[in-house]
Design a binder for this molecule. Structure first.
Ligand code: ATP
Ligand code: MG
Length: 429
């Protein structure tokens, strides 16, 4: 195929054979979030570039080098959203739904765009499900967000493969004091830092903690510790969170180097990581961002949230072979009709069945065909039963119900008894 007719690198089609797993995943999360009282919000995919610069921070990887930014026909600078929090905060502010201190527990799902190097688990268009909670400032809600993801891992059968890492970045005051101490210390060891860290030291010093460079990591061993700089408020909050996770029986490890890539976090930060996916091991990440709404022009409004990467979680389900059997079967029964008269009767009958059994997955053969070819299609559809309607059946007003997965003998069932018959065998099957 010529290059112009290919999908953009790092932007994937999700093919029909993959969508059942996606829909299973998405509906599992949606049901869980409904059950915890979260409400869905849907934001546009494109926003003014300024929104992301202001919220994510100018000196972050995302804003510095990963955004899809373009000028539209009005000359406005627009950006395909690289994440969901910024737009969600914009939306709640614009519609005043947190203004009077109202609590909002929100969730969203959709594609995000980042110009990164595509590889397994890292794409340029990827999908996230995220939660954002506004105007609740206690550790109880931080804990709830973690508890509900823990429940999700349980429902998906991947609990044993993920680990919770936790840290507190403190309030902006305590983080400010820590930043100063860190900059002092690192400046005294400047010559031992890698180039990237030297640059970050000036622009975003906390990100140095995140380095993969061994020499810089060696310098960090004796660096000041964030935990020693937490003020009482942050410390109490963090202890409150840990007590709740203990009460819920959720294991975690404290990772003092966990700082997250975005500027807006404060107090709690966490990541769910797996060692089953190679380098792209973080499947869900989040934290508290109490200063963000104000920074974006709103009244002081606390916030906390997370986002999970759907592609990585789908990969994990596949790797661990945690794919429920029921999603591999998409068709319950397949109707084969032979000849014009049988086709017409078959159409009427199938519509009647859809009325009587609303959840029945009934595929009607299209394009006629010989007995052999229709039967082959019925088998290939994965259906449990083929319904056969030919001249003989039509004359007797019956359907031949043929089991396709070795469950007993073929039976003749009268038209008006068919729905009841299928109801029992599909449930049993
Ligand atoms: P990473 O460290 O892997 O780059 P991040 O810190 O940039 O992740 P967040 O912005 O916190 O990621 O996004 C939350 C989640 O979204 C990540 O934990 C990951 O599961 C997923 N994610 C982020 N970027 C990508 C991507 N380019 N492709 C696929 N999934 C992604
Ligand atoms: Mg990233």
């Amino acid at each position: 195929m010529s290059k112009s007719l290919q999908a953009i690198r790092g932007m994937n089609d999700i093919l029909p054979e993959q969508t059942p797993l996606w829909r299973y995943f998405e509906s599992t999360v949606a049901r869980l979030l409904d059950n915890y009282g979260y409400k869905q919000i849907r934001m546009p995919i494109v926003e003014f570039t300024e929104l992301f610069k202001r919220s994510i921070g100018e000196v972050t990887d995302i804003v510095e080098k990963e955004m899809y930014t373009f000028e539209d026909r009005n000359g406005d600078s627009l950006t395909l959203r690289p994440e969901g929090t910024a737009a969600c905060v914009r939306a709640v502010l614009e519609h005043g739904i947190t203004g009077g201190g109202q609590t909002q527990k929100l969730w969203y799902i959709g594609p995000m765009f980042r110009h990164e190097r595509p590889q397994k688990g890292r794409y340029r268009q990827f999908h996230q499900i995220g939660c954002e909670v506004f105007n609740l400032d206690g550790p109880d809600i931080d804990a709830e967000l973690i508890v509900l993801t823990w429940r999700l891992w349980g429902q998906l059968g991947i609990r044993d493969a993920v680990k919770l890492e936790l840290n507190s970045l403190g309030t902006s005051e305590s983080r400010g004091r820590y930043r100063e101490a860190l900059v002092d210390y690192l400046s005294a060891h400047l010559d031992k830092l890698d180039e990237d860290s030297q640059r970050r030291l000036k622009t975003n010093p906390l990100r140095v903690l995140d380095t993969k460079n061994a020499d810089t990591q060696a310098v960090l061993v004796d660096a000041p510790k964030m935990a020693d700089y937490l003020d009482d408020e942050s410390r109490t909050h963090f202890e409150g969170l840990k007590a709740r996770l203990d009460a819920a029986g959720i294991p975690y490890v404290i990772n003092p180097k966990l700082v997250r890539g975005l500027d807006y976090y404060s107090k709690t930060v966490f990541e769910w990581v797996t060692d089953k996916l190679g380098a792209q091991g973080t499947v869900c990440a989040g934290g508290r961002y109490d200063g963000l709404v104000e920074q974006m022009g709103g009244k002081p409004t606390t916030g906390v949230g997370f986002a999970m990467g759907i592609e990585r979680l789908i990969l994990l389900l596949e790797t661990l072979e945690q794919i429920p059997e029921e999603i591999s079967r998409q068709v319950d029964v397949y109707l084969c009709a032979f000849g014009e008269a049988a086709e017409l009767a078959g159409l009427a009958l199938s519509e009647q069945l859809r009325d009587q059994l609303p959840s029945l997955r009934l595929q009607v053969n299209a394009g006629a065909g010989s007995f052999k070819s229709q039967f082959k299609k019925a088998d290939k559809s994965g259906a449990l039963y083929a319904l056969i309607l030919g001249d003989d059946e039509l004359a007797q007003q019956v359907v031949s119900v043929k089991p396709l997965r070795g469950q007993g003998e073929q039976q003749s069932i009268a038209f008006d008894a068919l729905a009841a018959h299928l109801a029992t065998c599909i449930v049993q099957g």
